[in-house]
Design a protein around this ligand. Structure first.
Ligand SMILES: Cc1cc2nc3c(=O)[nH]c(=O)nc-3n(C[C@H](O)[C@H](O)[C@H](O)COP(=O)(O)OP(=O)(O)OC[C@H]3O[C@@H](n4cnc5c(N)ncnc54)[C@H](O)[C@@H]3O)c2cc1C
Length: 243
């Protein structure tokens, strides 16, 4: 069973330095920290508002990039924290940031291993960190990123990922659309289904699954059945706090 993260922990103060939209409903938030902050790309932190409201968000950058943390925040209609971040927080505002948490990150070992990255919506955030880290650490095996949403307007970083796949021979990017209108250059179907149909064999591969809890839970089982060892399957289900 997946549980919501423990929220009793140590917090440090961060300052918002970038606040802009990545697409029609996803906010890019970059937070600068005063003190050194050690984390592994792909981990998440809890962000806390002055009144104590707390939510988990995945880190999208790698630790080598100055003392900042990048987040991709999807606006949920009537979502208390995400609407507050979208509508009210400004550059220069401060916010409490917890210690990094979670085990869904890249380890620089077996660099020839295949990596399968599957994410829905802002599930791209931790996967972007993991991908950047793997490439920076010289991962030589094939890396496949399947990023999915219902409509093309809800994907983001499409051009950047396409460009990266042209520069890096071992990186393959497949944006997937599960709705009816699928423009040229996009795969039709859910990211997890397209991934399973595209890769014949993932025996010995490392798998990273991030985003919608149903997708994550289903894919944990299916990638295992398709040959990935359970110790090689890393996952972050973006559980939403029950109202
Ligand atoms: C490990 C982890 C990592 C995560 N990483 C990310 C990330 O990188 N990016 C990201 O965007 N999210 C991420 N999440 C999800 C995030 O933590 C929040 O759950 C999400 O932003 C919603 O919080 P909220 O306060 O806006 O919504 P809440 O206020 O908690 O609302 C939850 C749900 O209830 C609904 N709701 C609210 N009020 C009402 C009402 N009166 N009647 C009916 N329905 C209502 C909302 O629409 C929403 O669907 C992650 C979660 C986890 C566990």
């Amino acid at each position: 069973m997946i549980k919501l993260p423990d929220q009793s922990e140590f917090y440090t103060e961060g300052t918002v330095v970038v606040n802009e939209m990545l697409n029609r409903n996803t906010l890019l938030l970059i937070i600068a920290l005063k003190d050194a902050f050690e984390f592994n790309a792909g981990q998440f932190v809890n962000l806390q508002r002055a009144d104590g409201l707390t939510r988990s968000y995945s880190i999208a950058n790698i630790p080598q990039e100055s003392n900042t943390l990048e987040f991709h925040i999807r606006r949920l209609p009537r979502g208390r924290f995400s609407e507050w971040l979208h509508d009210e927080i400004k550059v220069g505002d401060t916010i409490a940031v917890s210690e990094p948490r979670g085990h869904c990150f890249y380890l620089p070992e077996r660099s020839e291993q295949g990596l399968l990255l599957v994410g829905t919506g802002t599930g791209l955030a931790p996967l972007a960190g993991i991908l950047t880290d793997a490439l920076a650490q010289g991962h030589s095996g094939p890396i496949y990123l399947f990023h999915g949403s219902r409509e093309v307007e809800d994907l983001y970083r499409i051009d950047e990922m396409r460009q990266l796949s042209e520069q890096q021979q071992n990186f393959h990017y497949i944006p997937c659309i599960s709705g009816n209108h699928v423009p040229q250059g996009f795969a039709r179907g859910r990211a997890n289904e397209v991934a399973l149909a595209s890769l014949a064999d993932i025996k010995g591969w490392r798998v990273f699954l991030c985003g919608h809890p149903d997708m994550v839970n289903q894919m944990k089982k299916l990638t295992f059945l398709k040959g990935a060892a359970s110790a090689d399957i890393y996952a972050d289900a973006f559980l939403v706090t029950p109202v």
